[in-house]
Design a protein around this ligand. Structure first.
Ligand code: SAH
Length: 353
């Protein structure tokens, strides 16, 4: 796997492994089995059963001695239950997963060609309250634990009966308000589940100093930043949490991220008809990003019930793309998949609770 040293602080905490076990490293699991009075090699077996075989209960690990298995029945492995499952005609599957405390989160499995991408949540709800986002309208409950993030990937892998190739942290919640658990989950997805760092994407709306801190981990993951506006005034209107964090400061941190990690940043820009999709706004955006090692991902707005923004038509979208291209900005359009299954973030949860 990747040669990059990954978040060693997580692995060094091997003395205090408390179940649920999903998300634990091989070293942690080996320590844990020894604390249970078992030989260290059982840690390797446990690791294989959790991540390769996707076992849901420790007492089902048939290579373990019978008596120990009976004792293990009461120890939580940390797997969620599928509360609801909606299949879209394009093959995308949206899940509502019920966590061990009864909370419900959304996870999406997106099959394309040979890929299987999972969109994971990092919080129950979200405190950022972006005006166009269904999750934000539902309020915030709590952060997800490491095991709850990794479980989402194992669940989609099991349901599709296919290896997950990519993970995007673009579900419910703001990953950089839960940095410790997100970093721990990234380590596990890379080293335990076996997904390359370059196939892991973390999307953030931007929290002061957190992008700079993330850069210090020197990961090879992709960082996506939700920009949505070419200037501070409009950005504040769409993203209330942007008020105390000027666009200039956010972009300065992104530049540092590029310098430190050598990875380009991807900027997400929702297109809202008549709000941020005008030709002059495309020009302003291009001017802001000139000389920046970045990529712009345009996301035509997915309508949600609570607000009446509109998605621009194809001509408007194409005109925006063309201006960015003329200005030498790398750009792509990301059409959301699985729209029929209540696509926009948080909508399935709101409608099916
Ligand atoms: N909090 C993080 C990650 C979760 S949202 C962030 O803001 O980046 C993932 C992406 O979906 C963000 O770019 C977000 O702005 C976008 N999004 C939210 N609601 C949307 C909608 N109704 N239509 C299209 N994209 C939406």
């Amino acid at each position: 796997m990747s040669a990059t040293p990954l978040i060693s602080s997580v692995d060094s905490r091997t003395s205090e492994i408390i179940p649920p076990l999903v998300g634990a490293s091989l070293a942690e699991l080996s320590t844990w089995v020894q604390q249970q009075g078992q030989p260290a090699y059982r840690g390797k077996q446990l690791h294989e059963w959790i991540y390769q075989k996707g076992v849901r209960s420790l007492c089902d690990i048939s290579v373990f001695p019978k008596q120990w298995r009976a004792e293990l029945a009461k120890i939580s492995i940390g797997r969620s239950n599928i509360h609801h499952r909606a299949v879209a005609p394009d093959g995308t599957i949206k899940y509502l997963l019920q966590l061990t405390d009864g909370q419900i989160i959304e996870t999406v499995g997106i099959p394309t060609d040979k890929r299987l991408t999972v969109c994971v949540s990092t919080q129950v709800g979200c405190p950022m309250a972006c005006d166009f986002c269904a999750t934000g309208k539902g309020g915030y409950k709590r952060n997800l634990a490491r095991y709850e993030i990794v479980d989402q990937v194992l669940t989609v892998q099991e349901d599709f009966q296919q290896r997950v190739s990519h993970v995007v942290f673009m579900g419910m919640g703001e990953p950089l308000l839960n940095t410790e658990n997100v970093l721990a989950a990234l380590r596990s997805l890379n080293q335990d589940v076996g997904i390359g760092q370059r196939s892991l994407t973390v999307s953030t709306v931007g929290i002061r100093d957190r992008i700079r801190q993330l850069a210090q981990h020197h990961l090879q993951i992709t960082l996506a930043v939700s920009l949505h506006a070419p200037n501070q005034a409009l950005r504040e209107q769409l993203i209330p949490s942007a008020r105390p964090y000027p666009l200039e400061d956010l972009l300065a941190e992104c530049r540092e991220y590029v310098e430190i990690t050598g990875r380009r940043v991807s900027f997400e820009y929702i297109l809202l008809a008549g709000v941020n999709d005008l030709p002059e706004q495309a020009l302003e955006l291009a001017k802001r990003l000139r000389g920046f090692q970045s990529h712009v991902n345009l996301i035509p707005y997915n309508p949600i019930a609570e607000v009446d923004y509109k998605r621009p038509n194809r001509d408007r979208i194409q005109a925006f793309v063309n201006i960015l291209k003329q200005q030498q900005i790398a750009v792509s359009v990301r059409y959301s998949r699985g729209l029929e299954a209540d696509a926009a973030c948080g909508q399935l949860r709101i409608n099916k609770k």
